[in-house]
Design a protein around this ligand. Structure first.
Ligand code: PMT
Length: 211
């Protein structure tokens, strides 16, 4: 199957030397791309900036901003059987990007932000994507409830929810512990390496029958 994976953080520029980003290392997404390629799927990895090596056998498209990731995913959608959106896309970006480095003129600096495009939320409604859709949910409380809301609102087949308030899993760690949320309910996957969790997610996603 043709599998599209998004990974890593995005960077939203403030001026030529500064940006807004988050703590995603890309490990979870790269593990998913690697596991899918290992199973013989054709994999395209669309990734924000990370320090990781691209897994063997994976086609790689580097991007920087949420808008670039949105445009890239939209252009690839109609050639995708399974889309797994694991990237930690910035939810807001500066409205105005300064052409020159912002000088330290005052004691306070206010940045005005606007929402970035919601890639996962656009897949069905705007891109007309009909394949299997797997989203992630990075939550710090009410994990199952919030993830279930995302499953419905974004018309996903599967949501992989993780608790990003924990230091031992989630952002920038080698392990994860997730809840798999489908229309049938929630199933916990015990704490394990991101590589093992990724293998399980690929196996579940490739077993879903598209509607
Ligand atoms: O990269 P690691 O260090 O290995 O960490 C892994 C991880 C914690 C980043 C990963 O497991 C994870 O939870 N990824 C999703 C992070 C996230 O942004 O979650 P969210 O609940 O804010 O977003 C929900 C979903 O919408 C995600 O599938 C996200 O990719 C997507 N999204 C979010 C915002 C946006 N503008 N467009 C999107 O498509």
């Amino acid at each position: 199957m043709r599998i599209l994976v998004t990974a890593g953080p995005t960077r939203e520029p403030i001026d030529p030397v500064r940006y807004i980003t988050n703590r995603s290392s890309g490990r979870m997404g790269y593990a998913l791309a690697g596991a899918a390629a290992h199973e013989g799927h054709h994999v395209i990895l669309v990734s924000g900036p990370t320090s990781l090596d691209v897994p063997p056998g994976v086609d790689f498209i580097p991007v920087e901003t949420a808008q670039e990731m949105y445009d890239t995913v939209r252009s690839l959608c109609d050639r995708t059987d399974i889309a797994i959106l694991c990237a930690a896309v910035a939810d807001y970006r500066p409205i105005a990007v300064a052409d020159q480095k912002i000088k330290k003129t005052g004691d306070k600096l206010t940045l005005e932000l606007e929402k970035t495009p919601d890639i996962l939320g656009s897949m069905r409604s705007d891109f007309g994507y009909t394949g299997i859709l797997v989203g992630f949910a990075a939550e710090t409380q009410n994990i199952e409830q919030y993830a279930h809301d995302k499953l419905i609102r974004k018309q996903c087949d599967l949501i992989v929810a993780n608790d990003v308030s924990r230091k031992d899993i989630g952002f920038d760690s080698s392990q994860n512990e997730v809840l798999l949320i489908t229309a049938d309910g929630a199933e916990p996957l015990p704490k394990d390496t991101k590589e093992h969790i990724a293998m399980e997610i690929i196996s579940r996603a490739s077993g879903i029958i598209p509607h």
